[in-house]
Write a protein of this length. Structure first.
Length: 275
């Protein structure tokens, strides 16, 4: 699994291509280069203060936070027009400290990542610690209080680079734990265990992955205990639905209709019989 993730990360570095929909927004702490063509005494390097302002010769204090570099350049052109004839002002961001991404959830260590430039969701995730313990199928991206439609599992596991998006400052990534993304096999199997859920997982898969039935197993008395969920995927109660199966028909006669598809959180119980 780790080798696959590493391969996808390397692949993404070469092939990820995202059209940036907006220019960078200047924030507190960013370093700017302000160049006034032909007037070197007004050209300076400045850092945006916590109050969102910069101080320039002649212009004094000017609000910089919230502007794109081109917008701030236009603003300074208007201000310096009182001191310089037809000024041409260029603003360049030379250092970014205001570009923070917040990562939280029970599936990863909480962390704040400060970006020194633009990046994408895929590239960021290649450096997120503890991602192997996260449930990517339920992971989400929040921006300005809204949940974005992003298939993080398809992007990071299946390598669908087309699903990649540009990240913005103050984006929040939430990664639930994959502990809720398991199927539990207990009872008369050779290796009772928790198996990571995957799409298309069936009951015969988990029986075989658990070493098969013991010699005392009663294959005709297998049950699945399944949680109840509403249409939005919210768990309704602690009660579970019991689904009874006769796997003798599957194992001996090949009746595949008994090889039902499992869901996250299912418990597969194999009873013992008399011998």
């Amino acid at each position: 699994m780790k080798r696959i993730l590493l391969f996808l990360c390397v692949l993404g570095m070469f092939f990820t291509s995202v059209a940036w929909s907006t220019d960078y927004i200047i924030g507190d702490g960013d370093s700017l280069s302000v160049a006034v063509w032909g007037v070197p005494e007004l050209s300076v390097n400045v850092v945006v203060r916590p109050d969102g302002k910069i101080t320039l010769p002649a212009a004094g204090d000017v609000v910089a936070t919230g502007f794109t570099p081109s917008q701030l350049g236009q603003e300074l052109t208007a201000i310096l027009g009182d001191y310089v004839k037809a000024p041409i002002v260029t603003v360049t961001v030379v250092g970014i400290t205001n570009n923070r991404i917040y990562i939280s959830g029970s599936g990863v260590p909480s962390q704040v990542i400060v970006l020194t430039g633009r990046t994408t969701l895929f590239k960021l995730m290649c450096g997120v610690e503890g991602i192997v313990n996260a449930d990517l199928q339920r992971a989400s991206l929040m921006r300005d209080g809204e949940k974005l439609t992003v298939d993080i599992y398809d992007l990071f596991i299946n390598g669908n680079i087309k699903a990649d998006i540009a990240l913005m400052s103050d984006d929040i990534l939430f990664f639930p734990s994959n502990e809720l993304n398991k199927v539990y096999v207990v009872g008369a199997v050779n290796t009772p265990q928790a198996i990571m859920y995957r799409d298309g997982l069936r009951i015969l898969d988990v029986i075989l992955e658990s070493g098969g039935f013991t010699k005392f197993a009663k294959a005709s008395a297998v049950s699945i205990l399944r949680k109840k969920f509403d249409q939005q995927g919210n768990e309704l109660s602690d009660d579970r639905v019991r689904i009874k199966l006769n796997l003798d028909d599957l194992m001996n006669d090949g009746e595949l209709e008994h090889n039902i598809t499992l869901q996250r959180g299912d418990y597969v119980l194999v009873k013992e019989g008399m011998f």
